[in-house]
Design a binder for this molecule. Sequence first.
Ligand code: NAG
Ligand code: NAG
Ligand code: NAG
Ligand code: CA
Length: 230
Amino acid sequence: MKSVLVLLGVLLILTTVCEGGVNGKGLLFPNPSADSFVQLFPLKPLNLEAFTLCMRLSVDPNVVDSEERETILFAYRTQDYDELNVWQEKGNLSLYLRSSSQAAFCAVPLLSIFRTDLCVTWESSTGLTAFWVDGRRSTLQVYRKNHTVQSGGAVILGQDPDSFVGKFNEDQSFVGEISDVNMWDHVLMGDQIRNFSDELWLGPEPNVLDWDTMQDEVNGNVLVVPKKYN
Ligand SMILES: *[C@@H]1O[C@H](CO)[C@@H](O)[C@H](O)[C@H]1NC(C)=O
Ligand SMILES: *[C@@H]1O[C@H](CO)[C@@H](O)[C@H](O)[C@H]1NC(C)=O
Ligand SMILES: *[C@@H]1O[C@H](CO)[C@@H](O)[C@H](O)[C@H]1NC(C)=O
Ligand SMILES: [Ca+2]
């Protein structure tokens, strides 16, 4: 019993639940790891027929841009599936919807030591998929037409879970900074996405993931970067 209590105490110290969210701050994943991650708690279940997912990213290019590496940028996994994952891998950005093998690939410039504003948009009715890098849109692709993203998963930054919030792999971990992870349940207009990139955001308020208000849970060696570094 005593050792259980000690273990519980250690777990409590390792896990910081931030009520009220990261509130505009950033997250620094300083080195590759198999146990540092941040779980985000969405405002509503992710059963989605369309989405816009945006975030700001800078990376350690010596690690993340090495030719053979796959680096997870965003993971949403249910018990059984990689439901919505975004990667940088072998020179492309990629979006996987309920698959670990079939993706929409996009050969945009690699992430760098300076901040990149990245948005991914997808809609079921047409399958149209785009990657937006610093407000510039990639060529549209058709991917997973008539698919629906399913609820019941966990949103994780920093690690790729191969099971529900588990089975992480250091070689796929994120190394760098992430902030402003926001998600809407529809495809925003190009002007709105460009304004996200220019930090002239006028709305609409994110209704699936809201970086300023959602709850999060920081695990392991992840630093919360004060707002003054924005
Ligand atoms: C990434 O892009 C390059 C160039 O467009 C392509 O040759 C390569 O096969 C792509 N990698 C993957 C994993 O699709
Ligand atoms: C779209 O998906 C729904 C649900 O999976 C299915 O019932 C329907 O037949 C599909 N429609 C087309 C046009 O594939
Ligand atoms: C984008 O920002 C500009 C400048 O603040 C504003 O005039 C414009 O209405 C915005 N566009 C959208 C679609 O929010
Ligand atoms: Ca994995």
